[in-house]
Design a protein around this ligand. Structure first.
Ligand SMILES: O=P(O)(O)OC[C@H]1O[C@H](OP(=O)(O)OP(=O)(O)O)[C@H](O)[C@@H]1O
Ligand SMILES: O=C(O)c1cc(=O)[nH]c(=O)[nH]1
Length: 172
């Protein structure tokens, strides 16, 4: 499948009309809904296969950011054979009490995975979490990059962003 065909399928399935209110109160008229992508098994598989080509050769694990990054990471783990971890926004308040669930990551080169990047704040926060436990993080993957400064912010913290698509590549 060509990149343009995949972009068209993603747009048709997962780019929907809002309103969608962001945490800062900003309202979007249309937005990328990762869950519409993730609940289509064929599209999720094809996206994961395309994203597998973006994973650096030296990656040792994938880290999906809850919630949108989790189904993507499961699919990408299956496509690459790399083990996965799942990053909660907050540590679980009972049971494991963990914020990082899944494979053991200290000392392993972990690649972050999320659905959409806007400011880069979410990826940066989760980079901090992984680095705190001794996992080197230098790369992050996403399905869609919005041109809102995330790439620049991440670069200043030593993280290269690898999007499957940029906003400009979405068919209108
Ligand atoms: O680059 P940023 O400005 O940080 O924005 C991107 C973040 O926002 C979205 O998460 P959302 O809050 O919608 O959570 P969800 O994954 O639980 O749906 C998205 O999944 C990213 O994690
Ligand atoms: O920019 C988007 O499309 C977008 C932002 C966000 O925070 N969540 C989402 O699902 N889409």
């Amino acid at each position: 499948m060509t990149p343009a065909t995949l972009a068209a399928r993603i747009t048709e399935t997962a780019c929907v009309n809002g309103p969608f209110t962001l945490p800062d109160g900003q309202e979007l008229d249309s937005y990328f809904d990762e869950y519409r992508l993730a609940c289509d098994p064929y599209l999720l598989r094809d996206v994961a296969v395309a994203m597998a080509a973006l994973v650096p050769d030296d990656a040792e694990a994938l880290a999906g950011i809850a919630l949108g990054g989790v189904p993507l990471t499961v699919a990408l783990s299956a496509a690459t054979g790399l083990p996965a971890v799942f990053l909660r926004q907050q540590p679980k308040r009972y049971g494991s009490r963990r914020q990082i669930e899944g494979t053991f990551v200290p000392g392993r080169r972990v690649v972050l995975v999320d659905d959409v990047v806007r400011s880069g704040g979410q990826l940066l926060a989760m980079t901090g979490l992984l680095r705190t436990v001794g996992a080197p993080v230098t790369d992050a993957l996403c399905v869609l990059e919005r041109p809102l400064g995330g790439r620049r912010l991440l670069r200043t913290h030593g993280i290269a962003l690898h999007p499957l698509l940029t906003e400009a590549e979405l068919p209108s």
